[in-house]
Design a protein around this ligand. Structure first.
Ligand SMILES: Cc1cc2nc3c(=O)[nH]c(=O)nc-3n(C[C@H](O)[C@H](O)[C@H](O)COP(=O)(O)OP(=O)(O)OC[C@H]3O[C@@H](n4cnc5c(N)ncnc54)[C@H](O)[C@@H]3O)c2cc1C
Length: 354
């Protein structure tokens, strides 16, 4: 039996574990700092509706029938083994690094295990419920979707004053003009004040200071800026300057010094150096190809290479409005994309909950 160790049970890791455990020659171990898989794009809705968490979380032990699940945090890795916070040492024949990235609280948690998470989000729910003035720092997809959820949930009752501080001159600036324009108009129509070309410098006691010498008091502040790779445990020689894992076109991890691949160590998802949007769909595409390639490699065949592509993006603006963007070319806006996002969530979770 070959020892397969997977670090991280998100979009990439959970998929790899679920598929590779079917191979009778593999002894699969999934290590995750939390004991459940979660549909991250659905997290924003749990802020306005905490019971939504049940719909987007499923225990790893539910969908994994054979693989062993270790709930622990990986602290160190070498070319042969990994070491966890609880001092577990696990040797591997194949290692898959799928530890993803982190958003600023409260969007993604890594060191919190179990249902503490839901309680944590519920804390924000109560704070949000009583807040009158909210600041969202960052007008990327996450900040825009968050504003959409708050608008939708509090429409006609207990409406909030929302301010978005965005350092660029457009919301979600890497997307199509029509997408940007629709989101801008939608937020403004719902009285969101968008401060373009402005950077929040710090926030203390809910007082946000910006680079334009503005001081804005708010009851609640959300940070929706940038993601950081969860790569603290990975040797520096395997990382690029952005702390992402360097990989080749087969997802094999590259050693910076020799530029040679470590043939049995792979990485997938947000943690990788691939130049593309960090999306759940991309993480799953990586995972699918990796699974295919492992089977090819095991049968002494040539693995297939990966090349990044522009993907379909579905952006929700609450439950009943949204934007569907086909490879930055074709855009549909309104009710249909809003519903589509819920459908994607349901379809993805069904794969893990059945
Ligand atoms: C609010 C929000 C909305 C989003 N909306 C969309 C969307 O609409 N569409 C889309 O395609 N993408 C969306 N994304 C991006 C998407 O969630 C990520 O691209 C995706 O989660 C990446 O998958 P992954 O498997 O690489 O990592 P993750 O899903 O982040 O999983 C990583 C896992 O590794 C674990 N981990 C981390 N470090 C360690 C460690 N040291 N030891 C053990 N375990 C560890 C974590 O607990 C986690 O379970 C959104 C993200 C956020 C935050």
């Amino acid at each position: 039996m070959k020892n397969i160790v997977i670090i991280g049970g998100g979009f990439a890791g959970a998929y790899i574990a679920k598929k590779l455990e079917k191979n009778k020659d593999f002894n699969v171990i999934l290590i995750d700092s939390k004991n459940y898989y979660e549909f991250t794009p659905g997290i924003l809705r749990t802020l306005v509706s905490p019971k939504h968490a049940k719909k987007i979380q499923v225990l790893h032990t539910h969908y994994l029938k054979k693989a062993k699940v270790v709930v622990d945090c990986v602290k160190k890795m070498t070319e042969k083994e990994i070491i966890t916070a609880n001092k577990h040492k696990l040797k591997f024949d194949y290692l898959f690094i799928c530890s993803g990235s982190s958003y600023n609280a409260p969007f993604k948690e890594k060191n919190i295990v179990n249902l503490t998470r839901t309680r944590h989000i519920r804390d924000y729910y109560h704070k949000l419920d009583v807040a009158k003035k909210i600041i969202i720092i960052g007008g990327g997809i996450v900040g825009t979707e968050l504003a959409g959820e708050i608008i939708d949930f509090y429409k006609g009752k207990n409406e909030k004053e929302i301010i978005v501080i965005h350092k660029h001159d457009k919301l979600m600036e890497r997307n199509h003009e029509k997408t940007i324009d629709y989101a801008d108009k939608f937020l403004k129509k719902h009285n969101v004040n968008i401060l373009y070309n402005e950077t929040a410098l710090n926030y203390e006691n809910n007082l946000v200071k910006t680079d334009k010498n503005r001081k804005i008091k708010a009851d609640l502040v959300f940070l929706c800026t940038g993601i950081t790779p969860n790569s603290e445990f990975i040797p520096k020689k395997l990382l690029n300057s952005e702390k992402q894992v360097n990989i080749n076109e087969y997802f094999q991890v590259l050693d910076n010094k020799s530029n040679k691949p470590l043939k049995n160590i792979f990485a997938a998802g947000d943690i990788t150096s691939i130049k593309e949007e960090k999306l759940a769909q991309n993480a799953e595409k990586h995972a699918k190809l990796i699974v295919k390639n492992i089977n090819l490699i095991e049968n002494n065949k040539e693995p297939k290479s990966y090349s990044p592509e522009k993907r379909i993006i579905v952006i929700s603006l609450g439950r009943f409005n949204g934007i569907f963007q086909y490879k930055n070319k074709f855009i549909i806006t309104g009710l249909l994309p809003g519903l589509l996002k819920t459908l994607i969530e349901w379809k993805t979770m069904r794969r893990y909950k059945l």
